[in-house]
Every structure is written in structure tokens, then in C-alpha cells.
Design a protein around this ligand. Structure first.
Ligand SMILES: Cc1cc2nc3c(=O)[nH]c(=O)nc-3n(C[C@H](O)[C@H](O)[C@H](O)COP(=O)(O)O)c2cc1C
Length: 163
């Protein structure tokens, strides 16, 4: 399909919850790459993300009911590809990318230290659409570090940026 709706800004979604791994329950901090996301309301502030039912992030957000949207610079292309091609089930993506992990302020979850800005969201609504689910989050806290050039996805491993 011709992706006429691209380029889209690529963000990293961070989430946390317990997962069962090799019969043991452990806390998982995860990072997932996402192009399909948008603000949808000013009052209250709502932000929506469309997430594949196959991803670990999907089950982490369903359980924890919180997530963080991290806006990233164009220099993070390699990290975005890694976080978008590997499942967090058997990979610690903070370790694999070397990205710094900070604690969110208003939700129990990780965020990316080097992000240009971030939105801490509490789940408001969930709706399934085909092979993805639309998660609508109420923004509880946001922070803008700076407005450096951001990463935009065109197709496959090709990215562009803002002026
Ligand atoms: C540039 C890029 C953008 C992506 N955008 C989305 C997206 O909007 N929604 C989605 O469900 N998956 C998207 N993906 C795929 C997920 O990031 C990928 O399935 C990832 O491995 C899921 O990680 P997890 O299983 O650890 O949650 C994207 C991948 C890339 C490389």
C-alpha cells in the first residue's frame, strides 16, 4: 500500500508491568517504537496511540493502565529501529539501546532520559480496531526539554526530520 500518510513522527512508548518469564514473575520496563499516535482533545488533554495486539506493550498497558510517550531527536534512528523490530519479551531494550531510564513523575513507569519531551498518560479508554487497539490516555504530566530536530518515519528503514 502507498503510505501517503507518511512521513509520521516516530515516538518511543515506554511501559511497565509484571510479566511471567520462565515461570517467574518479573517487572518488565519496555520500549516500543510507534508512528501511529495523535493528540485528540485539549480539555481534558487526551492522547491516542494505536498498538498492535501482538506486541508486549499492548499487554503491559492493558494491565498497568499507564504509558509514556517519548519524543525523540533525529539522531535516535538506530534506537527506534531496534525498539521497533524486537519484542521486549526476551530483550531488555533499555540495555540493548543504551538509552537512559528515568522514573515518570505522575505514573508508575519508566521514561527515556534523552527524550526531547514526554507525556505521561493514564488510560482513559480502549477500543479494538482490526489488528490494532486504540489506547486513549489522559495526559497527567508533560515536559518539554527542547525542540531539536525530531525523527520522522518515511518507509522501511528510511527516516527524515523537521527543518
Ligand atoms: C518506525 C516504526 C514505527 C512503528 N509504529 C508502530 C505503531 O504505530 N504501532 C504498532 O503497534 N507498532 C509499530 N511498530 C512496530 C513495533 O514497534 C514492534 O512491533 C515492536 O517490536 C513492539 O515491541 P514490544 O513487543 O516490545 O512491545 C513500529 C515499528 C517501527 C520500526
Amino acid at each position: 500500500m502507498l503510505k501517503i500518510y507518511n512521513p509520521r513522527q516516530t515516538v518511543l512508548i515506554t511501559s511497565r508491568d509484571k510479566i511471567d518469564l520462565y515461570g517467574k514473575s518479573t517487572i518488565k520496563d519496555n520500549i516500543m517504537t510507534c508512528d501511529w499516535h495523535t493528540p485528540i482533545s485539549f480539555k481534558p488533554l487526551y492522547y491516542a496511540v494505536s498498538i498492535s495486539t501482538q506486541s508486549l506493550t499492548h499487554s503491559l498497558i492493558e494491565k498497568s493502565r499507564v504509558f509514556c510517550i517519548n519524543f525523540i531527536p533525529e539522531t535516535m534512528k538506530k534506537e527506534a529501529i531496534l525498539c521497533g523490530r524486537h519484542s521486549g519479551t526476551h530483550t531488555d531494550k533499555f540495555e540493548a539501546t543504551g538509552l537512559g531510564k528515568s522514573e515518570c513523575e505522575k505514573i508508575d513507569g519508566p521514561r527515556i532520559t534523552e527524550a526531547l519531551g514526554y507525556l505521561e498518560c493514564e488510560l482513559e479508554d480502549i477500543k479494538a480496531y482490526g489488528d490494532h487497539t486504540l489506547f486513549v490516555g489522559k495526559i497527567l504530566h508533560s515536559h518539554l526539554q527542547n525542540l531539536d530536530k525530531r525523527l520522522f518515519h518515511t518507509y522501511e528503514n528510511d527516516f527524515t526530520t523537521t527543518k
